[in-house]
Design a protein around this ligand. Structure first.
Ligand code: PMP
Length: 333
């Protein structure tokens, strides 16, 4: 694992070290344990079809990590330097990068405030560390084949204007466990997060959400909520899908708010074609069912012969596993 301490009293960031995986020793008053002064990232390294190991867009994770650090009063850092440290870590642990195009190595950069004082104040010391784990595909084979089912319950929300939904901080995730468990108890797999009086659609589980539909002008349109409020995490996969869609220029691409009433309306007119989530873990995850306010919404995502979710999934995996050679999004270790 990679460890980098920050001590304001010692001039800031200390020398990075790579050490055998070990437990952390923390003072019981450490700020992270009381006020959740914690942020994290998630990104992957892939063994390409040519045998080379590459990370996918790590610069995006570094800048998101720095924006989370700023929001928590934690120290910021050079993203380029941390990418170099991750390169070295992966280089040492390279046999943990699966020899398979169905799996990858997950990196979990984390930063915690470790001042041993109970004051609710910014932490003058911090630990940035990176741990690794090989991962397979996030969803079970049945979920990839049949699509995922979502619980959309307006009683719960994940984020709100002025809040922290647009930062990747641990305190956003703890309170979702209860709602996720409720979804599972009702036989559903994930939560579709809504916000506000008009049941605005924001995210699905730990994924950004996309809707592909036929709009009022009869055109095909890909829609995802905008990053203009603090409701949406700026996902790296989201950004990549928007980038590919705009490059392909085969349908209209829009970042705008949409609500459950629009989802229901489009569905009733057979104009809702696909709904899918997007994130590092699963890349693209098709949605086949939503339970909303006592209504069962059957989404036809899985019924098309050449769905767009699959086009994104195929293109992104081809980029990640080096089938597309030398793609600028891939950083070779
Ligand atoms: N939304 C939330 C709440 C998430 O936790 C994640 C996972 N980081 C995403 C969206 C997707 O982001 P990314 O594509 O960067 O993994």
């Amino acid at each position: 694992m990679l460890k980098i301490f920050y001590h304001e009293a010692l001039g800031g960031w200390q020398a990075p070290e790579i050490v055998p995986f070990e437990n952390l020793v923390l003072h019981p008053a450490s700020k992270v344990l009381h006020y959740a002064i914690q942020l994290f990232e998630g990104l992957k390294a892939f063994r390409g079809v040519d045998g080379k190991i590459r990370m996918f867009r790590p610069d995006m994770n570094m800048s998101r990590m720095n924006s989370s650090a700023m929001r928590l009063g934690l120290p910021t850092f050079s993203g380029e330097e941390l990418v170099k440290c991750c390169n070295r870590l992966i280089g040492i642990d390279q046999e943990w990068v699966p020899h398979s195009t169905a799996s990858s190595l997950y990196l979990r950069p984390t930063m915690i405030g470790i001042d041993p004082t109970l004051g609710v104040a910014s932490s003058e010391s911090a630990l940035l560390y990176v741990i690794l784990s090989p991962v397979g595909s996030y969803f079970k084979a049945s979920e990839a084949k049949d699509g995922v089912s979502l619980l959309a319950d307006p009683r719960y929300t994940r984020a709100w204007p002025g809040g922290c939904g647009n930062y990747k901080v641990g305190s956003n995730y703890g309170p979702t466990i209860y709602v996720q468990r409720e979804a599972v108890e009702r036989g559903l797999q994930q939560v579709l997060w809504l916000y506000g009086e008009d049941d605005e659609v924001t995210e699905a589980g730990t994924m950004n959400i996309f809707m592909f539909c036929i709009n009022d002008d009869g055109e095909k349109e890909l829609i995802t909520p905008p990053l203009t409020s603090s409701l949406i995490l700026p996902g790296v996969t989201r950004d990549s899908i928007l980038g590919l869609a705009r490059e392909w220029n085969q349908f209209k691409v829009t970042e705008r708010k949409f609500c459950m009433s629009e989802v229901c309306h489009l569905l009733s007119e057979n104009r809702l074609l696909e709904l899918f989530g997007a994130g590092t873990a699963c890349i693209v995850s098709p949605v086949s069912y939503v339970e909303y306010a006592g209504r069962s919404l059957h989404i036809p995502t899985m019924t098309h012969s050449n769905p767009v979710y699959k086009m994104f999934l195929n293109r992104l995996t081809d980029i990640q596993y080096g089938v597309v050679p030398d793609h600028p999004w891939m950083i070779t270790i």
